[in-house]
Design a protein around this ligand. Structure first.
Ligand SMILES: [Zn+2]
Length: 260
């Protein structure tokens, strides 16, 4: 009888005397959404077709088409943090996929009260700037946080969530906001407004922790994750941990030997 040759992966595992299980393959799609030009991401597993969204900054028609065309089972809508530009489009998605659970950190959910009162919470110069901005920005700032409802899952630090065979690990990463949370899966990190291409998030907003706190959060990501980890931030270009260690002026690691 024909015997299938051992896969290279299995041979390597046997050679190393290790047990390794190849995790399920996954695909990430991305769409810039809403007046804040927020990166919204769709992650799904190839085999089991389970899906999660990370931040919904406005209309995400391209991602919705993929969910429908691929017949995906949208399990979660994860919120890296609840600034209005990251949640503005969530109500429309919840209407389409009412079984999807919203995942947000407890701290961030608590602070939505404050975000709703932005006219009191922001400093007067920022309030004036927002009031002069285009109507779509004002509309976003006046987002009705009640539309989020109660979170389906209240996230904590170092929590493991399952999506098919995939495991998603949380990193509570305060600095930009008190309850900012990053999500690590496979070789990918969804970093919200904590770590950007060559920058970190601003720390002058209500409940921001200040520059030291965000630097500490980024250092923790640097030391916990492989340099090859791809970074998918809340705005702007993608990057990876190894390059940020060398090139990020705000949180650089002085001497680094890039690991595999
Ligand atoms: Zn933000």
């Amino acid at each position: 009888m024909y015997k299938k040759p051992l896969s290279l992966h299995l041979l390597v595992c046997l050679f190393l005397g290790l047990y390794c299980s190849k995790s399920e393959d996954f695909i990430i799609h991305h769409q810039v959404s809403g007046p804040g030009e927020t990166n919204s991401y769709l992650l799904y597993t190839v085999k089991s077709k389970k899906a999660a969204l990370f931040d919904v900054g406005g209309r995400i028609d391209t991602l919705v088409s993929i969910i429908n065309d691929e017949n995906l089972d949208l399990k979660y809508i994860f919120i890296t943090h609840a600034h209005p530009d990251h949640v503005y489009g969530i109500a429309a998605i919840m209407e389409k996929y009412p079984k999807a659970k919203i995942g947000i950190s407890g701290e961030e959910y608590e602070d939505t009260d404050l975000y709703a009162r932005w006219e009191e919470a922001l400093d007067s110069a920022l309030v004036a700037a927002v009031k002069e901005s285009p109507p779509e920005i004002l509309d976003m700032m006046n987002f009705d946080f009640e539309a989020l409802g109660e979170p389906g899952i209240t996230l904590e630090d170092d929590q493991i969530l399952k999506l098919g065979d995939l495991r998603i690990r949380t990193f509570l990463s305060p600095g930009h906001s008190r309850g900012s949370i990053c999500f690590y899966v496979g070789d990918a990190l969804f970093s919200g407004d904590v770590l950007f291409y060559r920058q970190v998030g601003r720390t002058d907003l209500p409940q921001s922790g200040g520059p030291e706190e965000i630097v500490k959060s980024v250092h923790r990501l640097y030391s916990s994750l492989s340099d090859k980890t791809k970074v998918y931030p809340g705005h702007g270009l993608f990057t990876d941990i190894g390059t940020e260690k060398l090139e990020n002026e705000e949180v650089r690691v002085e001497s680094v030997s890039l690991q595999n």
